[in-house]
Design a protein around this ligand. Structure first.
Ligand code: HEM
Length: 209
């Protein structure tokens, strides 16, 4: 079993991950100020914030498999932070759509949510992210007890919705959404495998959220 102790002092892991999660925002702001967002800056910002929402969601889901496969404890210690950054970029993504793309045109926004399936499922993913972000505190974990773990199983539904959102919005090139789908499938298979291992060894199913 390997741990990360030889490389990074555990007390630096959280600040390092925090700063790493801020980098896409910093690079985005820098690109904005140096006119590097291309011919359609709003589309570029929508894509960047959408990409990082999905990437951080998959990184958050990788925490437990990394623990199982390599014995690494540090991903679990930063999982809540990663989950909250997923929500942070999802909020930036939604705000880009509501403010910059749609200029608060609520009628058009509602039409989009009802009529465009990729927006409908993207919106669904966002709505499901809200209770996970709201209940991410220690106090909420204590208050909800067993229901907390059950509620946070929603992360799997959100991940599938996020992938479908990406798959349904691309017009031609399906490679990137399919790579994200393959990563999600691999993470879920690793979990299912360990779950089955524990059950067949008569151990209680491992805490999966
Ligand atoms: C209210 C919720 C959401 C709305 C209104 C929304 C809207 C959009 C729009 C308009 C685009 C650009 C489509 C285009 O280029 O034609 C987009 C792209 C994207 N969104 Fe969302 N989205 C939402 C939630 C989410 C969530 C929750 C995720 C992740 C879990 C996500 C991930 C993505 C990704 C990965 C892209 C593609 C970026 C690329 O092409 O590189 N979106 N979204």
């Amino acid at each position: 079993m390997h741990s990360m102790k030889p490389f990074v002092n555990p007390k630096f892991v959280k600040p390092l991950v925090f700063m790493a999660c801020l980098l896409p925002l910093v690079f985005g702001i820098q690109a904005g100020f140096t006119d590097q967002l291309g011919a359609n800056p709003i589309e570029e910002i929508t894509h960047r914030t959408g990409d990082w929402t999905l990437r951080l969601l998959l990184i958050t889901l990788a925490a437990t498999p990394l623990r199982r496969l390599f014995g690494w404890g540090w991903p679990l210690r930063v999982r809540r932070m990663l989950g909250l950054f997923t929500f942070f970029y999802a909020c930036l993504h939604l705000l880009t759509y509501l403010v910059l793309d749609q200029f608060f045109d609520w009628e058009d926004i509602l039409k989009d949510i009802i009529k465009r399936p990729y927006i409908t499922i993207g919106f669904g993913a966002f709505v499901l992210l809200v209770p996970l972000a709201v209940t991410s505190t220690n106090a909420m974990m204590r208050r909800l007890g067993k229901r907390w773990g059950q509620l946070h199983q929603l992360i799997y539904v959100i991940a599938v919705f996020g992938i479908l959102h990406y798959l349904w919005l691309v017009k031609a090139d399906y490679l990137l959404p399919l790579i994200h789908a393959a990563i999600l499938l691999t993470l879920l298979l690793v979990r299912a495998w360990y779950q089955r291992q524990s059950l067949s060894a008569g151990r209680p199913a491992p805490q999966t959220s």
